[in-house]
Write a protein that binds this ligand. Structure first.
Ligand SMILES: Nc1ncnc2c1ncn2[C@@H]1O[C@H](COP(=O)(O)OP(=O)(O)OP(=O)(O)O)[C@@H](O)[C@H]1O
Ligand SMILES: [Mg+2]
Length: 268
């Protein structure tokens, strides 16, 4: 691929991306020729039925999976098989049970080469914004589901990378907690990244995988829709509501109309 491109960091380009998982007679194409261009500093929501390849796409961008065909790059640099360009929040929070809250929060930063003392100082600075003040020495088992997710998101934010890959960050939470977490995620993304502590001194690019169409619309600048396996992109819907978007936006007629459109595209 080409070298670094001008402009703010965090531009994502995916072209002709194909990943196969053969099993039995099934040639097993999981994702089939996906093209996606994401502007730096934007949030793209990705929705699609279970098994359509959403997590597979994020794993390629995380550098953990080499595609069978096509390319995936961040700022013009190929990321296939090369972790580090993106901070990845896997579908399950994957907190390490033998590390306390602070140790889990700093893990991505440490792996990314940030000295531990600096990572801890940055984590402590953000604890209260992440609703974790006072629990920095707790073990993961002592936390509620929402708190565990906030630790996992904090770990992702502290990872020094221009792109955040969030794979169903709130999927395991009850509806009310999920709404609170969505509002909170938008707030920290705007405040933490927008205030210049993001990798590029501005808001970071986010790819958000979700099953929740309202979450996709509340948080995304765009929503891309995937078909059932083999996953292809079937629609790309711009979302232009001003930020910050309040939780009660879900009741606004324009929002309801867009939600219906998306549900129709998903065949729901
Ligand atoms: N390690 C693997 N080995 C074999 N097949 C796999 C593997 N990982 C994923 N697959 C298959 O690839 C397809 C896409 O899986 P993926 O996890 O990306 O879907 P998803 O859209 O994230 O689903 P969900 O919404 O349930 O999380 C599925 O058919 C799945 O069975
Ligand atoms: Mg998944």
């Amino acid at each position: 691929m080409t070298g670094a491109v001008p402009g703010p960091p965090g531009t994502v380009e995916v072209a002709g991306l194909t990943v196969a998982w053969p099993s039995g007679d099934d040639p097993g194409t999981a994702v089939d020729g996906i093209d996606l261009a994401v502007e730096a500093g934007s949030i793209v929501s990705i929705v699609g039925p279970s098994g359509c390849g959403k997590s597979t796409l994020l794993r390629v961008l995380a550098g953990l999976l080499v595609p069978d065909a096509g390319t995936a790059s961040v700022d013009g640099i190929d990321v296939a098989g090369a972790p580090g360009s993106c901070a990845w929040l896997p579908q399950r929070d994957n907190l390490l049970p033998w590390r306390r809250v602070l140790g889990n929060a700093t893990l991505g930063a440490e792996v990314g080469g940030v000295p531990r003392a600096q990572a801890e100082a940055e984590a402590r600075h953000l604890l209260s914004r992440f609703g974790l003040a006072g629990v920095e020495d707790a073990w993961p088992t002592e936390l509620s589901g929402g708190m565990r997710q906030r630790v996992a998101v904090l770990r992702t934010f502290l990872t020094p990378a221009p792109v955040l890959l969030l794979d169903e960050p709130f999927g395991a939470l009850d509806a009310l907690t999920r709404r609170q977490m969505q509002a909170w995620l938008q707030e920290v993304w705007m405040a933490v990244d927008g205030s210049g502590t993001g990798a590029g001194g501005g808001a970071r690019t986010v790819l958000l995988v979700t099953h929740d169409v309202e979450e996709a619309l509340l948080l995304g600048d765009r929503v891309v829709v995937m078909s059932p396996r083999p996953g292809r992109f079937t629609a790309d819907v711009p979302v232009t509501f001003a930020r910050p978007r309040p939780p009660d936006l879900v009741a606004a007629p324009e929002f309801v109309a867009l939600r219906s459109e998306l549900l129709g595209l998903l065949g729901a």
